[in-house]
Design a protein around this ligand. Structure first.
Ligand code: SAH
Length: 344
């Protein structure tokens, strides 16, 4: 049986008409699915019981569910979602002065194996379907209203997985989330973060991507970045820069570079200078990220004074620099800590 959320509106209309129902019923079902975030046919209370039964006989409904949640002292909440096949992904809610940012996953596991990231150690299991990404939003939005009296205001694709390696599903999920007749979020409140998949960045440029783009750069030195992020081998820094330049030409949008400061690896002033030079072709914002140590103990966060001089160097080059406060570390909800052992 097919999942009802695989159907387009016109396929849904065909089904409705062939079942001798009025066509507008398809629109009502569509609203339940893509505007109200219903999780079952039973919730669709403006449909007759007979139609709901007919739907349940004809389609499956692969709704994700919250299997576990944890709450940090700093009010960050982490959710483990169980998917229809038992696989698990994680999402995080981060409340901060009037905003609630949801960090969503795009894949179960991740194929990229960045050496500093816990998710990388579990390998790639499968892509999320767009409806599963929407479920992360819908389920966390409900919990956000209960926990913080405020629904989700911003979404970042910074959970598990590489969004540009699940391109179509991520794009469809974003369409559903931003559709004025759907969840109606503003695209400017959504940020996609990539490890730097060149083909995907060009594809975003060509469709004039309306959301924010962040690139996990972490080093502007080829040899260093190759060790940190094996994805660099096929997506080298030089070609990445050209792709970002193309992206900027097409969209006119400033790019955010995420930069994890790792002691004695990428935090020297020479590294800062390389970074500044790398950023010359387009306007950027540098988001400095504090390293959250993972179990293997391979890397350590930079010393505060080293961090300050690194930041100061960039600021003296007139670069826009922000520092991302690490949140939710006590519940392993911080960047790079998302991993689920239940996945086999
Ligand atoms: N694959 C995408 C989306 C994941 S985003 C990407 O690479 O951008 C996850 C963010 O957390 C990335 O910026 C990543 O580099 C960062 N991160 C990974 N491990 C981390 C760790 N141990 N401490 C802090 N940040 C980490």
């Amino acid at each position: 049986m097919e999942d009802i959320r695989n159907l387009s509106l016109s396929q849904l209309e065909d089904f409705i008409v062939s079942n001798s129902e009025k066509k507008f019923r398809a629109g009502q079902i569509w609203q339940w699915l893509w505007q109200r975030g219903a999780g079952s046919f039973d919730e669709m209370t403006n449909l007759s019981v007979a139609l709901r039964t007919r739907l349940a006989e004809s389609f499956t409904f692969h709704r994700a569910e919250i299997a576990q949640e944890a709450h940090s002292r700093d009010k960050t909440s982490k959710f483990a979602f169980r998917l229809w096949d038992g696989k698990m992904v994680e999402g995080v809610l981060i409340p901060s002065n009037g905003r609630v940012t949801a960090c969503v996953s795009s894949q179960v596991g991740c194929p990229l194996r960045c050496t500093f990231c816990a998710t990388g150690t579990m390998g790639f299991i499968r892509n999320l379907h767009y409806s599963e990404i929407v479920d992360e939003y819908v389920l966390m939005d409900r919990r956000a209203r209960e926990l913080y009296d405020n629904g989700i205001t911003n979404i970042v694709f910074m959970g598990m997985g590489e969004p540009l390696l699940n391109f179509d599903n991520v794009m469809t999920a974003i369409d559903k989330l931003t559709d004025p007749k759907g969840f109606g979020l503003s695209p400017t409140r959504i940020t996609l973060s990539t490890a730097g998949i060149i083909k995907g960045i060009k594809a975003l440029a060509d469709r004039n991507f309306p959301c924010g783009l962040a690139v996990s750069l972490h080093s502007a030195e080829p040899a260093v970045r190759e060790v940190l992020m094996p994805v660099t081998e096929r997506n080298n820094l030089h070609n990445l820069q050209a792709a970002l330049q193309y992206y900027y030409q097409k969209t006119g949008d400033r790019i955010t570079f995420e930069y994890l400061l790792l002691s004695k690896v990428n935090d020297s002033l020479q590294a800062a200078e390389k970074l500044a030079r790398y950023c010359r072709p387009f306007p950027v914002k540098i988001n400095i990220i504090e390293y959250n140590e993972t179990e293997d103990g391979l890397y350590h966060r930079s010393y505060p004074n080293q961090r300050e001089s690194f930041i100061e160097y960039l600021q003296n080059c007139n670069m826009v620099v922000s520092v991302r406060q690490s949140r939710g570390r006590d519940i392993d909800a911080a960047c790079g800590q998302l991993i689920k052992n239940q996945n086999r």
